[in-house]
Design a protein. Structure first.
Length: 77
């Protein structure tokens, strides 16, 4: 049985994105969180900030696919 491969790509800033819908990220990661209003991230998209150790590292898009608004998850500790 073969696994379905999800397409992935890097945006111009090098943010790695995985998607179920072409060119719409459901999961993304990068050194900086996308600026509010950036298109291409599905509502509910999870973003993992890979740079730095202080502060939030996990974010969720509370915006829309045409205008993102990533909000930090509260610490789980």
């Amino acid at each position: 049985m073969s696994a379905k491969v999800r397409p992935h790509y890097a945006d111009p800033k090098g943010v790695i994105m995985e998607t179920f819908i072409p060119n719409v990220a459901a999961f993304a990661s990068g050194a900086t969180v996308p600026v509010d209003g950036t298109p291409g991230y599905a509502s509910g998209c999870l973003f993992i900030k890979t740079a730095g150790v202080a502060g939030a590292n996990l974010y969720k898009n509370d915006g829309s696919v045409t205008s993102c608004e990533f909000k930090a998850f509260a610490s789980l500790l």
